[in-house]
Design a protein around this ligand. Structure first.
Ligand code: FAD
Length: 600
């Protein structure tokens, strides 16, 4: 852009922000709403709504502002870097303040009006994280007879918390989700205990099938505060990521109780407090936190189909999450039911170990080659080239967050068209082998499937070639029963088997609430995950945000946290701030608490 063009783009944004600021300061919701296009989106991450909420169009903006302006008192809107313009859209990174905190965000203007606006609170005034110039000193210089060393302080805290003092937050589940949230709460000085059924942090990865490596590349996977070093592999082997999580848990000074299982939880409406009974290595302990976070994993509650004859089958059978790896199955006949990520990984590892492997595909699967996905789908935000071009993890996360879910598929469809074209030969060979392919109901591909249903895809790291060339045998259809030594399909085909793996996915996270709290609370909270896109496994109506994730639920003081490493990193910030605000007694009036349309 020429200098004059740069100036005019900057002037356009400054002008919009000034008018917006003026309308908000006057608490004129109508005037602010008029600054938005008829077809527009405002996504708010707790700055205005104390919720994760997208409102649409001037009417949605007006309603949100009418309910939030008086207490939010937003001000000081400004750009944080030079705005840009391309193809009729002006984009700007912005900053602002509210009564409670400081925020940042992103603005897209078309024809001088807002098309998309993202506002996100990143810190609470008076409760800023001690970092940079404000970092802890670590030692008190001078002489002090009562001095406690860092180690003594840590030990004291570990001995007292949960026994003579209570955590404000209890996080159930110490996978990467619970750990990332725990790290943020630690920095915000919110007394927190993370409990984990497994012995050690990282075990949730270690215990998965032995061939597993992360499907997402390293640039996408960083945890808060501590990035992977530059020599970390692109795709982390599962045990390596397990070790990283264990190290992270220690250096982040988390109160992490391994070998601890939450047995039951009950909320006392009057006392505004949970009573949670946990088993810590054989000792029953009752904790009374004010806030309960279920970080028990969206890939944690196995869906195991009830198949007649499962009780008479003589071989091994287990869900993919329990699959130990292929070593015991050399020369054996294995049938893997399912055709998504786990099924492909497990089939390939069994084939490598010398098993005779059949994959049973029940419905179509979206496949995208890992290299192509990295190149076309991720490289602009999460890649070495992106890093070299100055992209930070935080900016990449905010860019991703700035696209409203309602229109995200429109941005994704062309990418997947390109991928399909690039790998046309690959897809043709798979189809010739009888594999049922899809690209999502609206051709929008992997991310949308992930956001909508969290399943239905495979990122190809090699198994597809084995399917295409017949090394992994493929059968299509429903399994109707097992016999002593075989899997029987609806068309009568009998597949002899010594091993049956159910790679049949996972259930909604509110199932954890049913197990731990009650079915009544699980139903009250409703389905977790999905957008209400009215596509398979994501029934409508449209919700606008992922159901129940990282935001207030219909059950007071109950929260859900999780998702992939990117989501867990980014959204743990907003969940941590919501919890911190409550811990400090900062008013947190929630706008647009989601309604529940589905119980599971
Ligand atoms: C095969 C496979 C491959 C994947 N690949 C990727 C990838 O490449 N990148 C990515 O980002 N994600 C990937 N995922 C998704 C992955 O599940 C999540 O990213 C990650 O495990 C989610 O972390 P989490 O902490 O939310 O859940 P989990 O890791 O499942 O952790 C939940 C924890 O809760 C504990 N728990 C449950 N109930 C209780 C209880 N009552 N008391 C105490 N503890 C309890 C469990 O033991 C478990 O450790 C993959 C998943 C699978 C299954």
């Amino acid at each position: 852009m020429s200098e004059t063009a740069v100036q005019s783009v900057a002037a356009e944004v400054d002008d919009w922000l000034a008018r917006f600021d003026d309308a908000l300061t006057r608490e004129d919701a109508e005037a602010a709403a008029e600054l938005f296009l008829d077809d527009s989106f405002w996504r708010d991450l707790i700055a205005f709504t104390w919720n994760i909420k997208t409102v649409e169009n001037p009417d949605g903006v007006r309603d949100m502002l009418e309910h939030t302006l008086a207490h939010t008192r937003p001000r000081n809107w400004r750009t944080s870097e030079e705005p840009t313009a391309a193809e009729g859209v002006t984009e700007a990174w912005i900053e602002f303040e509210t009564e409670a905190g400081r925020g940042n965000g992103h603005l897209r203007l078309k024809d001088g009006k807002a098309w998309t606006l993202l506002t996100a609170l990143y810190e609470l005034k008076g409760h800023e994280e001690p970092k940079g110039a404000e970092r802890p000193k670590g030692v008190q210089h001078g002489a002090n007879r009562d001095r406690l060393t860092w180690m003594e302080e840590r030990r004291k805290e570990a001995e007292e918390l949960g026994y003579t003092s209570q955590p404000y937050v209890l996080v159930v589940g110490g996978g990467q989700g619970g750990i990332a949230l725990g790290a943020r709460l630690r920095q915000l000085s919110v007394p927190t205990i993370i409990i984990e059924r497994n012995e050690r942090a990282g075990d949730s990865w270690r215990k998965r099938y032995k061939s597993l490596c992360l499907h997402d590349p390293v640039w996408y996977d960083h945890l808060p505060y501590l990035k992977f070093p530059a020599n970390w592999p692109v795709f982390s082997p599962k045990d390596k990521i397990g070790d990283w999580l264990e190290m992270y848990t220690r250096v982040m000074e988390l109160n992490y109780w391994g070998s601890t299982t939450a047995k039951s939880a009950r909320y006392d409406d009057a006392k505004k407090e949970w009573t949670v009974v946990v088993d810590r290595d054989g000792e029953e302990i009752t904790l009374t936190p004010k806030q309960l976070v279920l970080a028990t994993g969206m890939s944690g509650k196995p869906n195991v189909p009830e198949i007649p004859g499962a009780d008479v089958f003589q071989g091994d059978q287990h869900h993919s999450s329990q699959h130990p790896g292929p070593d015991a199955y050399k020369g054996k006949q294995a049938v893997v039911i399912g055709s998504n990520n786990s099924a492909h990984d497990i089939c390939a590892a069994l084939w490598e170990a010398g098993a005779d492997v059949t994959m049973v595909q029940r419905s179509s699967t979206h496949i995208v080659r890992s290299d192509t996905l990295m190149d076309v789908g991720l490289s602009a935000l999460y890649s070495e080239q992106a890093v070299e071009a100055g992209m930070t993890t935080e900016k990449a996360d905010m860019t991703f967050a700035s696209l409203p879910y309602r229109i995200m598929h429109e941005f994704q469809i062309p990418l997947y068209d390109e991928m399909r074209e690039r790998d046309q030969d690959f897809y043709e060979r798979l189809e010739r082998a009888g594999f049922l392919l899809d690209f999502g109901e609206d051709e929008s591909g992997l991310f949308m499937k992930y956001l909508r249903r969290g399943s239905g895809y495979y990122i190809d790291v090699g198994a597809s070639e084995l399917v295409a060339n017949g090394d992994i045998k493929l059968k299509t259809g429903q399994v109707v029963r097992l016999t002593e030594h075989a899997v029987v399909l609806e068309d009568g085909t009998e597949l002899p088997a010594n091993l049956v793996v159910y790679a049949t996915g996972y259930g909604s996270m509110n199932g954890w609430a049913a197990d731990l709290i009650s079915q009544e609370v699980a139903d009250k909270v409703g389905k977790v995950w999905g957008l209400g896109s009215d596509t398979a496994k994501d029934p409508g109506p449209w919700e606008g945000e992922q159901r129940n994730m990282w935001k207030p639920t219909q059950q007071e003081a109950l929260w859900f946290h999780g998702g992939n490493l990117h989501q867990s990193r980014h959204y743990s910030l907003y969940l941590a701030l919501q919890l911190k605000a409550r811990a400090e007694g900062t008013p947190t009036p929630v706008y647009g608490l989601q309604e529940v349309h589905h119980t599971s």
